[in-house]
Design a protein around this ligand. Structure first.
Ligand SMILES: Cc1cc2nc3c(=O)[nH]c(=O)nc-3n(C[C@H](O)[C@H](O)[C@H](O)COP(=O)(O)OP(=O)(O)OC[C@H]3O[C@@H](n4cnc5c(N)ncnc54)[C@H](O)[C@@H]3O)c2cc1C
Ligand SMILES: *[C@@H]1O[C@H](CO)[C@@H](O)[C@H](O)[C@H]1NC(C)=O
Ligand SMILES: *[C@@H]1O[C@H](CO)[C@@H](O)[C@H](O)[C@H]1NC(C)=O
Ligand SMILES: *[C@@H]1O[C@H](CO)[C@@H](O)[C@H](O)[C@H]1NC(C)=O
Ligand SMILES: *[C@@H]1O[C@H](CO)[C@@H](O)[C@H](O)[C@H]1NC(C)=O
Ligand SMILES: *[C@@H]1O[C@H](CO)[C@@H](O)[C@H](O)[C@H]1NC(C)=O
Ligand SMILES: *[C@@H]1O[C@H](CO)[C@@H](O)[C@H](O)[C@H]1NC(C)=O
Ligand SMILES: *[C@@H]1O[C@H](CO)[C@@H](O)[C@H](O)[C@H]1NC(C)=O
Ligand SMILES: *[C@@H]1O[C@H](CO)[C@@H](O)[C@H](O)[C@H]1NC(C)=O
Ligand SMILES: *[C@@H]1O[C@H](CO)[C@@H](O)[C@H](O)[C@H]1NC(C)=O
Ligand SMILES: *[C@@H]1O[C@H](CO)[C@@H](O)[C@H](O)[C@H]1NC(C)=O
Ligand SMILES: *[C@@H]1O[C@H](CO)[C@@H](O)[C@H](O)[C@H]1NC(C)=O
Length: 621
C-alpha cells in the first residue's frame, strides 16, 4: 500500500516536474477518447508499418465528413481547412482582391507568411501549384499543400491529431514556421500539425538534470529566433538561435543540428537541449532527457525534425550575456575592373586563398565568418562578415587588419566596414522581411584538414573545386565554424552529424535558376548541372557530410552525408519508436521506405505518399 502510494506520488511529481508549460498539462485521457476510437492511442508492441498509400481526399479510405467534424469538435474547433495562401489572388471561391493586395504589397513588411497556417518558404517542393506571385493564365490548386491543419495550442490536440492520422492511415505533416527548404513541412493530402503558437518561455536560473546544474530556459517549440532576443535581454543571458530571424529556434533548427553566430563558442543548437517534451507516434506524451527515454533524447538532438515525434517544448542551456561584433570586408573585380584582363581574375582568386587561410584564425577566436562570392559575366565579388563573440571593437579592428593588408598587398581594392553589432545577432527586423523563394542548392561540411595548410596540395585542390563551381555560374556561400564536442560540453553524445565536429566551414552552392515554369526535363537538367559542380566538392572531401537542414533533396548517399556513422542507430530508434512509419518527411531517417508519387515524376510533395512497392496504388481512386 505504502509502495503504491509512494510510487503514485512519485509519478505525479515526476509528471509535474517533467512538464514545462500549462499547455502541456492538458493531455489526452481515455475519457476524452470515449467512443471515438479514431483518436485512441497506439501500441508499439503490436504495430506494423502503414502499408499501401496514405488515404487521399476523394478516395474511399478518406475519413467521412462526420469523422472530420467529430475530430474538429474533440479539438475544440482547432481544425483549419488548408487554403493555399495565394488562392485569394486566383479566380475561384477564395478570390479576395483586398487580401491579395496585402499578399502582393504588404506581406514582406509584416508577419503574414509566418502566421499563415500552410505557407512554406520554398515554393518548388510544394509543386508550384499556387504561386504567391500569380502570373496570368496560371491556376491555383491544392498541390503539395496539406488538406487540414490543426492549430495546436495544447498537447492534447497534438495527441489527437497523431492518433487520428495513424488510425486513419493519413499523411501526417508537422509544420512550425515552414522554413524547411526541401518540402519537409508540407505534403499533399496531409493532416498538418502546426506548432507555431507554442511560444511560452520561462527562464530558470538554477536547473538540474543529469550532471547539469546551471542556468537554463524552458522554451516552447513555436518560438522564432528573433523572439528569443527579447527574452535574452530581459533575463541578461544568451541562448543559441538561428541567424535567420524567422527560423523556428526550437523546431526543425535544433532537431536538425542548428548553426548560429555562436557555434564556435558553444556548439550547435542540438548541443543546447537538456530536456525535451515530445508526443511520440503512439500518441503518448513523454520527457526525453539524460535520465529517461535516452534513445529519443539522443535522436531528437540532431537526428532530424519530423521523424521521431512532435516536440512541444524543451529545456535549453543558457549562457552569460554575450555580444557579437562583425566587420564586413569586400572586394570585387569586373564592373570597374576589366574582368577579361587575366591579371585581375588572378588577383580575385588570390584574395580567395588569403581569406581561406585567415578562416583558421577566425575560428580560433571562436568566431564565424560568412561570405557570398558571386559571379555574373562581368563581375566577381567577394564579401565576408567576420564575426567574433565577446570582444571589443578595437580588438576586432586589430584582428582583421592583417587580413585586409594582405588583400591590399595582393592588389585588391578592399572595402572595409569597421566593427559593429552583427547583423544576424540581435532583435533585427522583428520577424519581418523573410520572403519565400524557390532556389535549389547543394551544401558541404568541409573538414578542417582541407584548409589547415594553405598552399598545400589539398588546400589548392579544395580552392580549385570551389572556384570551378563559381565559374560554372553558381553563387557560393560559406560559413566558418568549429562546433566541436569540446565547446558543446554536457550533455554531449547526440545525433548531430559527425561531420559537424570535423568541419571548419558549412558551404552552400546556390542555383538561382527560377524553378517555376520549368519543364520536368529542364528541372532535372538544371539539377544535374548543379550536382556535377557539387561532385567537385565531394571529390576533395571524401567521407565528409552535408547539413541536413540546408541540403540538396537529391544529395547522393544522403544517409551517410546527413547522419554519417549515426545512421544505423537512428534507424533502430526510428523503427522502435515509430514502427508505423507515421512521421514522414523527405530524406529523414527511415524515409527510404516511403515515396511520394508525383504525376510529373519530380521530387516534390505534390503526390500521394506510398510505401515503396505500393506506388501502383497511388493512381487508384
Ligand atoms: C531564410 C532562412 C534562413 C535560415 N537560417 C539558418 C541558420 O542561420 N542556421 C541554421 O542552422 N539553419 C538555417 N536555416 C535552415 C533551418 O534551420 C531549417 O529550415 C529548419 O528546419 C527550420 O525549422 P522550422 O521549425 O522553423 O521550419 P519547418 O519548415 O516548420 O520545420 C522544419 C522540419 O522540422 C520539423 N519540425 C518542425 N517543428 C517540429 C516539432 N516541434 N517537432 C518535430 N518536428 C518538427 C518539420 O516537420 C520539418 O521536417 C534557414 C532557412 C531559411 C529558409
Ligand atoms: C458516442 O458518445 C457520445 C457521447 O459522448 C454519444 O452522443 C454518441 O451517441 C456515441 N456514439 C456511438 C456511436 O456510440
Ligand atoms: C472546426 O470548427 C470551427 C469552430 O466551430 C470552425 O470554425 C471550423 O471551420 C471547423 N473546421 C472545419 C475543417 O470544418
Ligand atoms: C500596404 O502597403 C501600402 C503601400 O505601401 C500601404 O499604403 C498600406 O497602408 C499597407 N496596408 C496594410 C494593411 O499594411
Ligand atoms: C487553368 O484552368 C483552366 C480551366 O480549367 C484550363 O483551361 C487551363 O488550361 C489551366 N491553365 C493551366 C496553366 O493549367
Ligand atoms: C491559431 O491559434 C492562435 C492561438 O490561439 C490564434 O491566435 C490564431 O488566430 C489561429 N490561427 C488561425 C489561422 O486560426
Ligand atoms: C549581466 O550579465 C553579465 C555577464 O554575466 C554581468 O557582467 C552583468 O553584471 C549582468 N548585468 C546585470 C544588469 O545583471
Ligand atoms: C578588356 O580587356 C580586353 C583585353 O585586354 C580588351 O580586349 C577589351 O577591349 C577590354 N574591354 C573593356 C570594356 O575595356
Ligand atoms: C553570360 O554569358 C553566357 C555565355 O557566354 C551567355 O549565354 C549569357 O547570356 C550571358 N549573360 C548575361 C546576363 O549577359
Ligand atoms: C568575455 O570576455 C571576458 C574578458 O576576457 C571574460 O572575463 C568573460 O568570461 C567572457 N565572457 C564570455 C561569455 O565568454
Ligand atoms: C576602389 O573602390 C572605390 C569604391 O568602391 C572606388 O571609388 C575607387 O575608384 C576604387 N579604386 C580603384 C583603384 O579602382
Ligand atoms: C598551391 O597554389 C599556390 C598558389 O597558386 C602555389 O604557390 C603552390 O605552389 C601550390 N601548392 C602546390 C602543392 O602545388
Amino acid at each position: 500500500m505504502r509502495t503504491i502510494l509512494v510510487s503514485t506520488l512519485f509519478a505525479v511529481f515526476a509528471s509535474v516536474k517533467g512538464t514545462n508549460f500549462a499547455y502541456e498539462d492538458e493531455v489526452l485521457t481515455d475519457a476524452d477518447i470515449g467512443n471515438f476510437s479514431a483518436i485512441a492511442f497506439g501500441d508499439v508492441a503490436t504495430a506494423a508499418p502503414l502499408e499501401g498509400c496514405r488515404a487521399s481526399p476523394g478516395t474511399a479510405e478518406w475519413p467521412l465528413a462526420r469523422e472530420w467534424a467529430q475530430l474538429n469538435s474533440s479539438l475544440g474547433g482547432a481544425l483549419i481547412p488548408a487554403v493555399p495562401p495565394a488562392s485569394v489572388c486566383y479566380d475561384g471561391p477564395s478570390k479576395d482582391q483586398a487580401a491579395c493586395n496585402i499578399l502582393l504589397f504588404n506581406a514582406t513588411f509584416n508577419n503574414y507568411y509566418i502566421n499563415n497556417p500552410v505557407n512554406v518558404f520554398s515554393e518548388w517542393p510544394e509543386g508550384d501549384t499556387c504561386h504567391l506571385r500569380p502570373a496570368s493564365g496560371e491556376n491555383c490548386t491544392q498541390g503539395g499543400f496539406p488538406t487540414y491543419v490543426v492549430n495546436a495550442t495544447s498537447v492534447k490536440q497534438i495527441q489527437m491529431a497523431v492518433n487520428f492520422a495513424r488510425n486513419k492511415n493519413l499523411r501526417l505533416v508537422i509544420k512550425n514556421t515552414g522554413h524547411d527548404l526541401i518540402g519537409r513541412s508540407t505534403g499533399a493530402g496531409g493532416l498538418s500539425i502546426w506548432t507555431h503558437w507554442l511560444k511560452d518561455f520561462e527562464f530558470v536560473p538554477e536547473y538540474e538534470v543529469g550532471e547539469y546544474s546551471g542556468a537554463a530556459a524552458r522554451v516552447g517549440s513555436g518560438i522564432e529566433s528573433w523572439e528569443m532576443f527579447a527574452h535574452m535581454t530581459a533575463n541578461n543571458m544568451t541562448a543559441l538561435v538561428a541567424g535567420g530571424y524567422t527560423v523556428g529556434a526550437y523546431g526543425g533548427w535544433i532537431q536538425g543540428g542548428g548553426h548560429s553566430a555562436l557555434a564556435s563558442k558553444y556548439g550547435l543548437g542540438a548541443d543546447q537541449a537538456l530536456s525535451i517534451q515530445v508526443v511520440t507516434a503512439d500518441g503518448r506524451f513523454v520527457t526525453a532527457d539524460p535520465t529517461q527515454n535516452t534513445d529519443l533524447f539522443y535522436a531528437l538532438r540532431g537526428g532530424g525534425g519530423g521523424t521521431y515525434g512532435v516536440v512541444t517544448s524543451l529545456v535549453i542551456k543558457t549562457h552569460p550575456a554575450t555580444t557579437v561584433l562583425s566587420s564586413t570586408i569586400a572586394y570585387s573585380v569586373g564592373g570597374g575592373f576589366n574582368v577579361s584582363v587575366p591579371g585581375d581574375l588572378d588577383k580575385f582568386w588570390t584574395g580567395f586563398d588569403i581569406y581561406h587561410a585567415f578562416g583558421n584564425k577566425v575560428v580560433e577566436q571562436q568566431g564565424t565568418a560568412c561570405y557570398v562570392s558571386r559571379l555574373t559575366n562581368t563581375t566577381y565579388s567577394f564579401t565576408t562578415d567576420i564575426e567574433l563573440p565577446n570582444v571589443t571593437e578595437d580588438f576586432l579592428a586589430e584582428f582583421v587588419r592583417p587580413f585586409v593588408e594582405d588583400l591590399e598587398a595582393a592588389g585588391l581594392n578592399v572595402t572595409y566596414d569597421p566593427p559593429s553589432p552583427a547583423g544576424n545577432w540581435g532583435a533585427g527586423a522583428a520577424g519581418r522581411g523573410d520572403t519565400p523563394g524557390s532556389t535549389r542548392f547543394g551544401s558541404r561540411l568541409f573538414p578542417r584538414e582541407n584548409f589547415a595548410d594553405p598552399g598545400s596540395e589539398l588546400f589548392n585542390a579544395t580552392q580549385l573545386a570551389i572556384r570551378r563551381s563559381i565559374e560554372a555560374g553558381y553563387t557560393f556561400h560559406g560559413i566558418h565554424m568549429v562546433p566541436t564536442e569540446e565547446v558543446a560540453g554536457y550533455p554531449g553524445n547526440n545525433a548531430a552529424n559527425p561531420a559537424f565536429r570535423e568541419t571548419i566551414m558549412h558551404a552552400d552552392l546556390f542555383d538561382f535558376t527560377v524553378q517555376r515554369g520549368l519543364t520536368p526535363m529542364a528541372f532535372t537538367l538544371a539539377h544535374d548541372k548543379l550536382a556535377a559542380a557539387m561532385d567537385g566538392w565531394r571529390a576533395v572531401s571524401p567521407g565528409a557530410g552535408a547539413y541536413f537542414n540546408e541540403a540538396d533533396l537529391e544529395e547522393p548517399n544522403w544517409q551517410q552525408a546527413f547522419f554519417g556513422t549515426n545512421y544505423e542507430r537512428l534507424l533502430d530508434i526510428k523503427q522502435e519508436r515509430d514502427p508505423w512509419g507515421l512521421f514522414y518527411a523527405p530524406v529523414t531517417v527511415g524515409s527510404e521506405e516511403y515515396t511520394v508519387v508525383t504525376e510529373d515524376g519530380l521530387p516534390t510533395q505534390n503526390g500521394r505518399l506510398c510505401r515503396v512497392g505500393a506506388e501502383g496504388q497511388a493512381k487508384r481512386r
